[in-house]
Ligand binder design. Structure first.
Ligand code: ADP
Ligand code: ZN
Length: 723
């Protein structure tokens, strides 16, 4: 009798599931994780469905090697993976890989090894050994590494003492991942507005089924407290909750808030978890041992045993779009996951994405509105500083009026934030003698001076080099001159303007580890810093009680870069960064240094007329058939030389199937024409909203010329980045 054949999808970059034979004595159903031979190695894959019977061929199929003792991937997750792959055009195996980032250490976690005082004295006594024994004198058990770092010795010293019998080892139970949250641990007394929203949330969750709700409330209005009620209800129903955050840096403050509200920690999921923790969290999520996950976008692909609610915090945040490797938008895909799983999803923001705003206006999302800050604090008042009239002196970036305002804030014992979304010291360095500009050898980009790290860095490819001793062109020495500001240069200026003040510069390149960043954010929150100078890293979500003044050093920075979302992004970012001010004292003030105080974005911020901004932005998008009124896809072609890239881009464009609804724009050289030595061209594809653009592209690309040799084609559906 012919053996059963099943299709197994493996987490590699192919679309297709491969057929395998089921050996005697093994039973595996769709969703089960199995080990299969793949080429010369073994891979862990997932049974995706029954195999197609192929008479005569089955003898050549290989056998499944083993079935893993892990809960199967649910139907729901497999459907989601198929959907994401179909929509984004990422191969199914690539999407599956995102669901299988559990590391190699699956299965029950090995017990951790602890160390405590033994019964024999050490054979040899050294200063280091004495220190170790002294800390163990309290009779407590520690892990080796805890003990080593506490005593300031290497783990070798601990091992030596174990060998001597002076210390002994014990097996500790695995660290608990997360306790059971208590939905009623510490619920706040809500204001009437909050109450109404919280009740609506609770009912939505109690009712179950798919629905999307936009919590639209000004910064500090209590959106988090309100959606915690939805989480509480989901906990009561004993179902799992996923809370997505745009950035890991945000999760620390959030986790402690969660603990205050629910009495226990939530489990975390992000790229910086240790491999062991990752494996353990992955299985615990699958075993339904984790009630709440707080995570970055990849948490969307975890194998939840019983997901009952998804929350997207700061839903408008561009960080939800993954740009490396597989392109996908975690917010949009989360809505899809909720609809496949038939569960509610909550999107929260003070400045919703135009997409979500349109969905709310059209009734596709339910809107819960929180128009006021909690505690009656007024929102920050905002004014423009017109750089064409009252700018700073040449070579400086903080205008006299802004400097004066900072001084006054500091005199009152408050904090000030100077915001500039630019890392490093200066975006451009040129030779004063000959005008030569330092640029990346591999990209069409200037090298950015990072003085704190004493190097020049390319922000596109990461290339870095020490400062050259002389100009590569005219060999002049001491002739380099910075042009334009970065946060590090602002620090220099602030140190002169505000002597003796404690200044902290925060930007992603300086925050080496999440721990360090968390500590720095905590220093600000505790008031151990007077002036914060930061990039968008400080704009988001944080609660800094003593911060009342925000100065935006270059409000025009994000405008006019050819991105259809430039106005929206600038509005959201500036609104959010200014919203850091006055969260506790309620007299926040924001300054926008700008060359165009009459720009609609600046006007909307200054008069506080958000609705007007959205309405005009929506009209513009609709007129241009930009998202969400039309669909966009971007095809970036890159190759080792310009000719090859352009040639292939032209061939590809001419192979596009003709369709009345579709416009193929380009090929045009990409705005950043060379990255990592690769020349880039792009095609932009536009279609009406109701059109199946993914299907169209699939047809086009399967019939079109194949990218060969050095040529690479990168497909991005719903592109957010246009560089
Ligand atoms: P948002 O998420 O809208 O920015 P938060 O939920 O973070 O607002 O609330 C802002 C601050 O006000 C937080 O410190 C929060 O704990 C506090 N807060 C909000 N609502 C209440 C309430 N009803 N009772 C007590 N504190 C509240
Ligand atoms: Zn570069």
């Amino acid at each position: 009798m012919a053996k059963r054949v099943v299709d197994v999808l493996v987490p590699v970059a192919v679309d297709q599931a491969y057929s395998y034979r089921m050996p005697d004595g093994l039973e595996a159903s769709p969703g089960d994780l199995v080990t299969v031979p793949l080429g010369t190695r073994k891979a862990t894959g997932v049974v995706w469905g029954e195999g197609s019977a192929r008479p005569g061929l089955d003898n050549r199929l290989k056998d499944i090697a083993a079935k893993l003792d892990i809960p199967p991937l649910k139907d729901e997750l497999r459907k989601f993976i198929d959907w994401v792959s179909g929509y984004t055009l990422n191969p199914r195996g690539t999407v599956l890989r995102m669901a299988m980032r559990m590391g190699e250490k699956l299965g029950p976690e090995r017990g951790r090894v602890g160390v405590r005082l033994g019964s024999t004295p050490p054979k040899r006594v050294t200063a280091a050994r004495t220190r170790v024994l002294a800390i163990f004198a309290d009779g407590l058990t520690r892990t080796k590494s805890e003990a080593a770092s506490e005593a300031g010795v290497s783990t070798g010293v601990i091992d030596g003492l174990i060998d001597d019998g002076a210390l002994e080892t014990v097996v500790l139970p695995p660290e608990p991942l997360a306790g059971i949250p208590d939905p009623d641990y510490l619920a706040p007394d809500f204001t009437p507005d909050q109450r109404a929203a919280a009740d609506a949330m609770r009912e939505t969750v109690a009712k179950g089924g798919y629905s999307a709700t936009l919590i639209d409330g000004v910064t500090g209005s209590g959106k988090t407290e309100v959606y915690f009620e939805a989480v509480a209800e989901n906990i009561r129903r004993k179902r799992q909750t996923l809370i997505l955050m745009p950035e890991i840096a945000l999760t620390a403050q959030f986790l402690s808030r969660f603990a205050e509200r629910f009495g226990v920690q939530a489990a975390e999921w992000h790229s910086q978890l240790s491999p062991r923790r990752r494996a353990r969290t992955w299985s615990a999520v699958a075993e339904n041992e984790v009630p709440v996950i707080v995570g970055a976008r990849s948490a969307l692909f975890l194998p939840y045993a019983d997901l009952g609610l998804i929350v997207i915090d700061e839903e408008h945040d561009p960080a939800y779009k993954q740009e490396e490797g597989a392109h996908y938008h975690a917010r949009d895909m989360a809505v899809v996951r909720a609809s496949i799983a038939q569960i509610p999803i909550i999107l929260s923001s003070a400045t919703p994405s135009v997409e979500s705003e349109v969905n709310a206006r059209r009734g596709r999302y339910k809107r819960l509105h929180l128009p006021e800050r909690f505690g009656g604090q007024s929102l920050p008042s905002i004014e423009a500083i017109d750089l064409t009239k009252e700018g700073p002196p040449r070579g400086r970036f903080i205008s006299p009026r802004l400097a004066e305002a900072v001084k006054i804030a500091l005199e009152r014992g408050e904090q000030a934030l100077l915001f500039l979304n630019r890392r490093g010291f200066a975006p451009l360095t040129l030779c004063r003698a000959c005008g030569f500009r330092l640029h990346c050898p591999d990209c069409d980009a200037w090298l950015v001076d990072h003085r704190f790290k004493k190097k020049l860095v390319c922000h596109h490819c990461g290339f870095s080099t020490p400062y050259p001793k002389e100009c590569p062109q005219c060999h002049a020495t001491e002739s380099f001159m910075p042009v334009g500001p970065g946060v590090e240069r602002l620090q220099q200026e602030a140190a002169v303007l505000f002597p003796g003040k404690r200044i902290m510069v925060l930007s992603s390149d300086l925050a080496d580890t999440v721990e360090k960043l968390r500590k720095e954010l905590d220093d600000i929150a505790q008031g151990r810093v007077d002036i914060v100078i930061g990039t968008q890293l400080v704009a988001k979500g944080h609660h800094f009680p003593k911060l009342n003044l925000v100065g935006v050093v270059d409000a025009d920075l994000g405008l006019g870069n050819g991105d259809p979302r430039a106005a929206e992004r600038t509005f959201q970012l500036l609104h959010q960064v200014v919203g850091r001010a006055g969260r506790e004292a309620g007299r926040g003030h924001g300054f926008l240094q700008t060359h165009q105080p009459e720009h609609p974005v600046m006007r909307a911020l200054i008069v506080g007329d958000r609705e007007a901004f959205y309405s005009s932005e929506i009209v513009l998008r609709e007129a241009a058939s930009y998202p969400p009124f039309g669909r966009l896809a971007s095809l970036v072609i890159s190759a080792a030389n310009r000719h090859a890239a352009e040639g292939y881009a032209r061939q590809l464009a001419s192979a596009a199937p003709r369709h009345d609804d579709v416009r193929v724009l380009g090929p045009a050289e990409a705005p950043v024409a060379v990255v990592r030595g690769r020349h880039r061209f792009r095609l932009l594809v536009k279609s009406p909203r109701a059109f199946d653009l993914s299907g169209y592209l699939r047809q086009w690309l399967s019939g079109g010329p194949k990218a060969r040799g050095s040529i690479k084609l990168d497909v991005d559906i719903d592109p957010q980045s246009f560089f």
